[in-house]
Design a protein around this ligand. Sequence first.
Ligand code: KG4
Ligand code: ZN
Length: 349
Amino acid sequence: MSISDDAIILGIESTCDETACALVAGGRRVLANVVATQIELHTRFGGVVPEIASRAHLEAVNSVLEEALSRAGVPVEQIAAVAVANRPGLIGSLLIGLMAAKTLAWAWGKPLIGVNHIHAHAYSPALDGEPIAYPAVAMVASGGHTSLYLVKAPTELELLGSTTDDAAGEAFDKVASILGLGYPGGPVIDQAARTGNPKAVDFPRPLLKGQSLDFSFSGLKTSVLYHVRGVPGAVREGVEKGTKLTEQELRDVAASFQAALVDTLRIKMRRAALATGAKSLIIGGGVSANSALRLAVEELGRKHDLSVRLPALKYCVDNAAMTAGLAWHLLNAGVTDTLELEATATVRV
Ligand code: KG4
Ligand code: ZN
């Protein structure tokens, strides 16, 4: 199917704890991007509670949709297709967005397009910007995933590596909890690290041996735990077990942890870029909002003469603009789904 360059796609996102709808023209021009976050509902539990998340999606989806349609001011006849992030994510949450998308596609008589949420994160830097120069190395890091890809085209991604345990965002969240900084951990650690010394504690840079492009962050998280609370059965020199950190020590630990994690991501991206001859470096997902990571990737690009594409901060968090944007490329390639489309909690790519 050949579609117009400016075809408008409605995107719907409900994979985790954001209910979002967006309208995007031509895969990049964002006409409306509405995101209702549930963070407040989950904060007191220190993480996303799936049952609460799906109920909140159900309550929010209609008003988020109406808001997006009204902000874009686009009549239904001008919408070319309905796209939905149908994988991966929390199954109960995915189903709400999927049902909404199926209903609209059926009622409006439009094609339905299922989109891989992680692939959409890897596409997010193209929104409101120029096309990305491919091939690109993309690192998608969020609360649920850490995946490194070789992206040959928006819809052609080859998984190079992923986390073997905690996701990068999860490590931020757990370390923030160890430090008593609250949830979600990424933004508070980012903030605390600004006035901390990243060289104060030499935390491990995990899995940097060999040429592996996989990640493992649970050892780093445990190192922070032992540093803060003491190694079980041992007494760390100069620090009594259970001693509270001073404000400055806390900021130093935050900065040192962040440096170790960012270093790990940077080194893997460098390895992947050199091995594949990529033209661009891409980051996406909640962790791509991290200020130290953004600086590190910019520097890596400068050093190796690679184009660096960072998503705008509003497109780092889960949103539907990236879903609708990527769906335009799928539609162009003739990839649409039937009303039998299913929600899939986990995917291998
Ligand atoms: O992509 P996202 O909104 O949701 C998932 O699909 O998981 O990512 C949320 C994750 C959380 O773990 C949060 O702590 C992390 O992204 N995050 C950050 C920052 N902002 C959010 N991590 C590091 N630095 C940040 N500034
Ligand atoms: Zn996400």
